[in-house]
Design a protein around this ligand. Structure first.
Ligand SMILES: Nc1nc2c(ncn2[C@@H]2O[C@H](COP(=O)(O)OP(=O)(O)OP(=O)(O)O)[C@@H](O)[C@H]2O)c(=O)[nH]1
Length: 299
């Protein structure tokens, strides 16, 4: 059911159907209350699903227009989270350690009995969120490059296929950049492997600064990187590449190591497979290297 729609059309007096004596007693919040909420929350390790199940249950008793869970690693919110006028923010704890910040949004002020009820409900959320978070972190490890914290090759393969499918469906342009650092081997040989690692980490930071939040950056291994520019064509690729090359040239470490970046770019063409798109971007990269490095070539 559409929660927001439900709220907007509801009579405020019917929003909280629980009798007041129900709210007085903690024992009423035990196992068996709230339509087996605990069981339903524990049935999933997917944080998105957990927050939705929880919000759907809360919405039966309290007028909310969204629930959000924030942890250091990830923020998850109900599908149609609306920044309500009022917010109730609280923290989930295990053994006095914070697990997540929990935010309820609403169009009306939270009343004392709402807060009491939320308190009764949300303790059921703590363990499922904790488990979901551990699962999320494990999943992240398999798709993350440990040195730079960018996505790794496996992460790229996953996201690349998703991006192509999305482009197919929505018709929004997708541009792939493949990047190879220039003279990185010499930097490694002259300044040592640790300094080489610093160069890779610095370059990853530069990449992150040059792209939008909706774009994704990856390190394939060695000094090879890739970026998926969502909803972007060649003009955006040129702007991003110019930004990357400018920041690389201004960076003290990159300058000291005399490392620059060669970039190949290709924009998805109708019915092209991911392999074909990748090959075109990679060929453009080789072209950039052949033409003297430190430049962008578009396929
Ligand atoms: N420090 C460090 N070096 C790495 C890592 N992975 C690969 N390398 C080194 O990266 C270098 C990559 O070699 P190339 O791409 O041929 O070197 P290059 O000097 O950039 O060559 P051009 O692209 O022609 O300019 C090799 O010396 C690898 O040993 C890593 O994780 N850390």
């Amino acid at each position: 059911m559409d929660i927001l729609q439900n709220y907007l059309s509801s009579d405020q007096n019917t929003i909280n159907p629980l009798p007041s004596q129900f709210l007085e007693s903690e024992s009423h919040y035990g196992i068996g209350s709230f339509s087996n909420l605990s069981e339903r929350l524990h049935a999933s390790l997917d944080l998105q699903r957990i927050v939705q199940v929880f919000a759907d249950e809360v919405a039966k008793y309290v007028q909310i227009c969204g629930v959000r869970i924030q942890t250091e690693a990830v923020t998850v919110q109900t599908e149609r989270f609306v920044e309500g006028i009022f917010e109730h923010i609280t923290e989930l704890h295990i053994n006095q350690k914070s697990v997540a910040i929990l935010t309820y949004a609403s169009y009306r002020e939270f009343e004392h009995q709402d807060l009491k009820l939320l308190q009764g409900l949300q303790h059921k959320l703590t363990m499922p969120v904790f488990n979901g978070l551990q699962y999320y972190l494990l999943q992240q490890q398999t798709v993350k490059d440990h040195l730079t914290q960018l996505g790794n090759r496996a992460g790229f393969d996953e996201q690349f296929d998703l991006a192509i499918a999305r482009t197919h469906r929505d018709g929004q342009p997708l541009t792939l950049l493949v990047i190879d650092l220039d003279n990185f081997k010499r930097a490694n040989d002259s300044f040592g492997h640790d300094m080489g690692d610093e160069v890779l980490k610095t370059f990853a930071k530069i990449l992150r600064r040059c792209i939008r939040r909706s774009d994704l950056a990856f390190r394939f291994g060695g000094d090879e990187f890739a970026v998926l520019l969502n909803n972007a064509e060649e003009d955006i690729a040129m702007r991003v590449a110019a930004r990357v090359q400018a920041l690389v040239s201004q960076n003290a470490l990159m300058h000291q190591c005399q490392v620059s970046a060669s970039i190949g770019s290709a924009t998805w063409q109708l019915d092209e497979t991911s392999k074909q798109l990748f090959r075109r971007a990679d060929n453009a990269l080789y072209h950039a290297k052949d033409c003297g490095k430190n430049q962008l070539k578009c396929a």
